[in-house]
Design a protein around this ligand. Sequence first.
Ligand code: ADP
Ligand code: MG
Length: 361
Amino acid sequence: TDEEEKVKSFEELRLKPQLLQGVYAMGFNRPSKIQENALPLMLAEPPQNLIAQSQSGTGKTAAFVLAMLSQVEPANRYPQLMQLKELNVERGQKISEHIVIGTPGTVLDWCSKLKFIDPKKIKVFVLDEADVMIATQGHQDQSIRIQRMLPRNCQMLLFSATFEDSVWKFAQKVVPDPNIIKLKREEETLDTIKQYYVLCNNRDEKFQALCNLYGAITIAQAMIFCHTRKTASWLAAELSKEGHQVALLSGEMVVEQRAAVIERFREGKEKVLVTTNVCARGIDVEQVSVVINFDLPVDKDGNPDNETYLHRIGRTGRFGKRGLAVNMVDSKHSMNILNRIQEHFMERGQKISEHIVIGTP
Ligand code: ADP
Ligand code: MG
């Protein structure tokens, strides 16, 4: 997208006054990267079709909700907005006065068999989390059948966190004449995150450094990553002894247990979440201000795992908020790992790590 087409503020979008108020009430100060690029297109006259991809937690849903609400005509008391998405629970599917939200199967029934909805009156059609959605058998075909019932001038939008071939092919089938926005991971993170490392000699010193860090600065919420389950449970226990409220997210938990731990952390019931790589996938906790690599991420051969590094520290520093990442280094070997991670990101023009001393013993 050209620089001129981006917006740097919500004011520039000429949203309806109530919507702009709503945006501020939500505490949004400025558009995220995907919103900068997508909103001008979605709110253009005539509204544009769009296929957009960016990592989860980057503001896609907020973007299309704004686009939808900009187009609804409240005086017309029938559904004008339609959102298809994957729902793993039945609750959440609904037809309200102006909006329809449901899985492709349900919405198809509402449109065809049951005739609850007149698809010809839909003005904005959104396929959310397309990558997740098409993983379910039948959803692609059902979505396409729904899409064919919609009027020609209906705005069609598709969002996905990832963009494998299958998603891409589906997107092109279901969104005619699309504008396309893809954000690379690297563009989304790192530049607003301050990264530091702390030199220690062993695990106990790393723990001491961590305590000193907590003694020195106020940390609202932090995620701490360990390499093994064993280290994670040890660290969680030690931190509890120091009086911290600690949550442990562990590989042996069943899905429901994990979800409960994440939910409690998200609600702020615990201030520290200790976890391993495996567990960290797919967790979105936007308010985390500090990420600590108690162990640096390495793959199974002991080589630096750059993707995981990005993934971990990418949970902080969202929406231009300043994030902080601290890497604990405890040997020549782990310093070497960190250097290689730095080199990897420097090649991509990303600045990394300054050394700090936080009173290690
Ligand atoms: P996605 O759909 O890409 O996963 P969401 O739209 O759900 O992302 O946004 C993730 C979180 O960030 C939500 O809590 C949302 O309220 C918040 N958010 C979205 N846009 C902004 C913004 N411009 N400024 C601040 N917070 C935002
Ligand atoms: Mg979303």
